[in-house]
Write a protein that binds this ligand. Sequence first.
Ligand code: HEM
Length: 259
Amino acid sequence: MSEDRQPVLQPAGTGGVTPEEVADATHIPHPPALPEYRWVYLWRWPLRVTHWVSAITVVVLVVTGFYIGAPYFTTWGEASSHFLMGWARFLHFTAAGLIVAAAILRVYWLFAGNKWARWNALLPVRKKNWKNLWKMLKYYLLIRQETMPHYLGHHPLQQLSYTAIYLVVIVQIVTGFAMYGLSNPGGLFYTMFSWVGPLFGGIQNARFVHHALTWILITFIPLHIYLAFRADVMDREGEMSSIFSGGRFVRADLKFEDE
Ligand code: HEM
């Protein structure tokens, strides 16, 4: 084969597609060809366990909670013949116990975890993060892409939204246990959470809050999943796999705000 008919060799793993072609096809800024990558171990097992236990239990709590609030399978005949409400309540309270266990583990990990899992990485307490919040907003609103700050762990928008979700779950736990205690007046949960009813101006209001906040969680779940997929596709740094394996590959040429 003569010199000018030699095929153009592409770097291994690109499938014969140049980075320019990929950038053209996806319309997103593409990392330079074959950058150096390194692996960082971010989320240790307590954080991953907390995440997946919460993810599963929240879905169970939403489904069974809505059934408890408005039992929709009315064609199943007498309650005594299928015990459907009994099962819904049993599952709701079992999931409630599990999410409380996960919450306790997370609180412990706020102090014992690594720097990406600690309280000061979750709560937006640093001045720098408030400044970067604005840049992140511009990035997500597609106003300005280049100045996006890079984070290994949670970026400021995640810090804010995750803190808000944790607060929602705490209110769900408190109002839930206040209602739970009503089935045994004078019992442990009744006594422990007797302040909740008066705080909300009556237990019916606490029940309303318990119901209404469920909608925040329902909104959060698809958004959270969409943004996780989006980050994985756009940044190509294995964000999705980090919540399974604990770590991700990041470009060696980038500087991270939280390193
Ligand atoms: C993310 C967490 C939770 C979600 C999304 C959730 C959702 C719901 C919903 C939608 C209802 C129906 C409210 C209504 O319209 O009447 C409900 C009821 C209830 N939830 Fe939860 N819940 C959560 C956590 C908890 C926890 C931690 C407890 C603690 C034991 C709990 C205990 C209860 C109780 C006692 C009821 C009323 C049951 C009944 O009347 O038999 N919930 N929940």
